[in-house]
Design a protein around this ligand. Structure first.
Ligand code: NAD
Length: 355
């Protein structure tokens, strides 16, 4: 098959992890006989430096014309001083909105070889396999903002159609898994959450009676995620709660650097990125974990290019690289840590010698 992928390496460790992802993707495409057009474009802080804006028109155009978008990470202290007029994050919010990708899927699986890498006890972690579906284009991140000398405000807004479509996306996913959906809100305090709960309840009763629905307050969810993570299947929540809870959930897997994500809308096109940021504290040292980005590429192959076999081959290669001991410092434990490049090499070797 032929496909066009817009590649946005971004800032900090973004270009480092994307470089490994591209090497593996090229090798995989070559062995399956696919022709991929991979176009690298400026985005985020790098684009602010190059042309004064985080999402240049040419980058947006290329993303809209592509079958999928692969992103590294954006941001960093250099562009985030309080008086900054343009910020890398504006580019990311703008891109998500322009692509219409409202459902952010964040799977969390615990690799058996990494049980010891987590700060949580292995017996709590064994068998954890959950997916967060985070609403991505509404809520407090997108509401009107004000700033006075002595106060500031951020408006949180959700509409009925926004809640309906994210509920459906999560319920469809649950149907293909263990048929359990947990909707997370703060309905004891927030009006947007009361609407969320009502709409979610209605959609599930009318359209997905075969999927078990439970509601959970966000504070309780934060606790249960650590106490009994195995009990969760699919979790759906609004933008900011999802942002925070998925960083927490990444600790189940052992590192922020391991988790992939897919942001999807109505069509096949999607935006794929690891859930971590630009990690300025380790940028430029060649030690970032590239597995979250590689697993994001697997999600891209599965969702946007309809290549489930290739996705599975890549996931299995990442798994075997980890089992073989290719572990960056964040997941190395007491063992020898490898570099970003060595982790990429290990995946390339596993791709060359299929299981
Ligand atoms: P971060 O995710 O960049 O880093 C948090 C911690 O996790 C750091 O100690 C970092 O070293 C570690 N870490 C992250 N990714 C790793 C990887 N692949 N391998 C090994 N260790 C890894 O979060 P932060 O430090 O709060 O934010 C840094 C910048 O990233 C900020 O400007 C923030 O706005 C931005 N950010 C961007 C995105 C995105 O691009 N989607 C997401 C989150 C944060």
């Amino acid at each position: 098959m032929r496909a066009r992928i817009a590649v946005l390496p971004g800032d900090g460790i973004g270009p480092e992890v994307v470089a490994e992802a591209l090497r593996c993707l090229r090798a995989l495409a070559g062995s399956f006989g696919h022709t991929l057009e991979l176009e690298e474009l400026p985005f985020g802080g790098a684009a602010i430096d190059a042309c004064g804006e985080p999402l240049p028109a040419g980058t947006l155009e290329a993303c809209l014309a592509a079958d999928a978008v692969l992103l590294g990470a954006i941001g960093g202290p250099r562009w985030s001083h309080p008086s900054a007029k343009v910020r890398p994050e504006q580019g990311l919010l703008g891109l998500r909105k322009a692509l219409g990708v409202y459902a952010n899927l964040r799977p969390v699986r615990v690799h058996p070889a990494l049980l010891e890498a987590s700060t949580i006890k292995p017996d709590v972690l064994t068998g954890v396999d959950l997916v967060f579906v985070r609403e991505l284009t509404g809520g407090i991140y997108f509401g009107a903002k004000t700033r006075e000398a002595a106060s500031a405000s951020d408006l949180c807004v959700y509409s009925v159609p926004e809640i309906e479509r994210i509920t459906r996306a999560a319920a469809r996913l649950a149907r293909g898994r263990r048929r359990r959906l947990t909707s997370i809100d703060k309905s004891n305090v927030l009006e947007t959450s009361r609407l969320w709960r009502e709409v979610c309840e209605r959609v599930m009763r009318a359209e997905f009676p075969d999927v078990t629905l439970e509601h959970m307050l966000v504070d309780a969810a934060a606790m249960h995620l650590i106490r009994r993570p195995r009990d969760f299947d699919v979790l759906v929540t609004e933008n900011m709660f999802g942002d925070i809870l998925t960083d927490e959930a990444s600790m189940l897997a052992g590192s922020l650097g391991l988790l992939p994500s897919a942001s999807l809308g109505e069509g096949a096109r999607g935006l794929y990125e690891p859930i971590h940021g630009s990690a300025p504290d380790i940028a430029g040292r060649g030690i970032a974990n590239p597995y979250g980005t590689l697993l994001s590429v697997a999600m891209l192959l599965r969702h946007s290019l309809a290549l489930p076999r290739e996705a599975q081959v890549l996931e299995s290669a990442v798994s075997r690289a980890i089992e073989g001991g290719a572990r960056t410092p964040d997941i190395a434990g007491p063992g020898r840590a490898c570099t970003t490049r060595e982790a990429g090499e290990a995946v390339l070797e596993a791709l060359a010698a299929p299981a």
